[in-house]
Design a protein around this ligand. Structure first.
Ligand SMILES: C[S@@+](CC[C@H](N)C(=O)[O-])C[C@H]1O[C@@H](n2cnc3c(N)ncnc32)[C@H](O)[C@@H]1O
Length: 266
């Protein structure tokens, strides 16, 4: 593995990897989301020797999986604003890039596969970053984007769970997160000229105390001050936290929208 340093950490990514529980939070996200991500990636025909980009790679489980798939003749770049967890990986065909996708350009026409999960919804410049991801595909290269959307909350819960969760999403929205962006992903890929676009959407339902529950509890804990500023009392947050710890109670997570497309051969 090699590490390239570029820009410093910016001021406003709410779920900063420098937070003391960030590694655990990202591990929970991987535990919850990797099975579905890998199922989608397996359908994309990844070949030994491919050059891949994992954008906003977090703690790197998918970058590692890609390293194994592309083998010694392939290469995987794991790019993130904060690479502290990626630097602990030792796959020989992995390169770690510290990069701010809002301000730095990716190399054009360079990758056979690009994957970005739980990244674009957090960043106000998501449209421009998506332009850059598409431009970074080689002709014939494939892009898989997976992001979360809030619509199941109102449909499946009308109590404290959805109320506090929506307040949390609105507070994160003031810091640039878009809770209703993911539903547009297939259209956004199509609009950028990608071909053979397909998409799916799944809404995990989780039990109190399960990994998804722990992930959302930690996420809200990290954003607690923002949620209180949104008008939710500390007592309501504590009730929400207890509710999510109760085995036998079930909750809708955010929907995961996945969209994939191929750059035209030219
Ligand atoms: C919610 S985590 C998701 C991590 C990983 N994709 C996953 O699903 O397990 C979002 C990641 O995007 C990174 N990120 C946020 N803003 C970024 C930016 N402007 N440029 C590059 N990476 C960024 C964060 O540092 C974090 O590691």
């Amino acid at each position: 593995m090699s590490v390239t340093t570029a820009l410093p950490t910016p001021d406003r990514y709410v779920f900063d990897n420098a937070w003391e529980h960030a590694r655990h939070r990202l591990a929970l996200l991987e535990q919850c989301a990797d099975t579905s991500t890998i199922r989608r990636l397996r359908s994309m025909g990844i070949q030994p020797g491919w050059r891949c980009l994992e954008a906003g790679a977090g703690a790197g489980s998918i970058a590692r999986w890609l390293c194994a798939k592309v083998g010694p003749t392939g290469r995987v770049i794991a790019a993130d604003l904060d690479t502290r967890f990626l630097e602990q990986l030792d796959e020989p065909n992995l390169d770690v890039y510290r990069i701010d996708l809002r301000t730095e350009e990716l190399p054009r026409a360079s990758f056979d596969l690009i994957h970005a999960r739980a990244l674009l919804l957090h960043i106000p410049q998501r449209e421009e970053i998506l332009d850059g991801l598409v431009a970074a595909l080689r002709p014939g290269g494939v892009l898989l984007v997976e992001d979360a959307d809030h619509f199941p909350l109102a449909a499946l819960d009308d109590g404290l769970y959805a109320q506090v969760f929506e307040a949390f999403l609105d507070s994160a929205g003031r810091a640039g997160m878009a809770k209703d962006w993911a539903r547009r992903l297939p259209t956004e890929l199509h609009r950028r000229g990608l071909q053979d676009v397909w998409a799916d959407c799944e809404t995990p339902l989780f039990e109190g105390g399960a990994p998804y529950s722990e992930f959302w509890r930690l996420t809200l804990f990290q954003a607690r001050d923002l949620v209180i500023a949104e008008g939710i009392s500390p007592q309501q947050i504590d009730q929400w936290d207890s509710l999510l710890s109760e085995p036998g109670r079930w909750f809708p997570s955010l929907a995961v929208v996945a969209a994939c497309g191929r750059r035209a051969m030219q």
